[in-house]
Design a protein around this ligand. Structure first.
Ligand code: 5RP
Length: 224
């Protein structure tokens, strides 16, 4: 069975009747959303906040009742994917470009459950280029300031034009190779004018569900 699907469907078991749930973005949480759609058809009573336009479209298609983030103060849980997970359960996210909404939704969730396949599990964060969402105004200046943090920022493009996030911003994918102090970097990044948010999720994940090629699913809990 697909490793992503294994982890994603396992995580759907955390969703219970009456919950308010954040729905992440990407090809792994896709399977959670499909599963939740089936459960809703069979009577599960949930309301969900999507973290991207793509997730909103998918969730509507499978019949999941949606609300906006503005209608809630907090969520019971959020299920989302990640691009890298280290042993402290710190994450790099934003490969799909939805990091800002993902972080906002995660920040009001009682529990953040991350679903990944084993290829995302790393000793040190940073091999995956860190996505940083920046305002288009003067992004060249923002890029220079990011470069001063010892990375190579590359403007994300799609069909040879800048990729635009759901919030109308650009993404600079920052190549670090290795991130030694994720907490400190997270702080420094968000102090740069022009940076809207970055893809480091530090001490945010409560549970990480990892699907393995041999069909096993491992679950890690963060003690925080
Ligand atoms: C989107 C994300 C995704 O969760 C992350 O990129 C993982 O995606 P996938 O499950 O497709 O590998 O952060 O912004």
């Amino acid at each position: 069975m697909d490793r992503k699907k294994l982890a994603a469907e396992k995580a759907a078991q955390y969703v219970k009747d009456g919950m308010l749930v954040g729905l992440g973005t990407g090809s792994t949480v896709f399977w959670t959303i499909k599963k939740l759609g089936e459960l809703v058809k069979n009577g599960l009573d949930v309301r969900c906040v999507p973290t991207s336009k793509n997730t909103e479209i998918l969730a509507k298609k499978v019949g999941i009742p949606l609300i906006t983030i503005s209608e809630v103060n907090e969520l019971d849980l959020t299920i989302d994917g990640a691009d890298e997970v280290n042993r402290n359960l710190d994450l790099i996210k934003g490969g799909g470009g939805a990091l800002l909404r993902e972080k906002m939704v995660a920040s009001i969730s009682d529990r953040l459950i991350i679903v990944v396949d084993e290829s995302k599990s790393v000793l040190n964060l940073g091999r995956f280029p860190l996505p940083v969402e920046v305002v288009p105004f003067g992004f060249e200046i923002t890029s220079k300031q990011l470069r001063a943090l010892d990375c190579i920022p590359i403007l994300r493009t799609e069909h040879n034009i800048p990729f635009i996030t759901d919030n109308g911003n650009y993404i600079l994918d920052c190549h670090f190779s290795i991130i030694q102090e994720p907490h400190e970097l997270n702080r420094k990044l968000n102090m740069i004018p022009g940076v809207v948010e970055n893809g480091l999720f530090i001490k945010m994940a409560d549970i990480v569900v990892i699907g393995h090629i041999n069909g096993n699913v491992k679950i890690f809990n963060n003690t925080k």
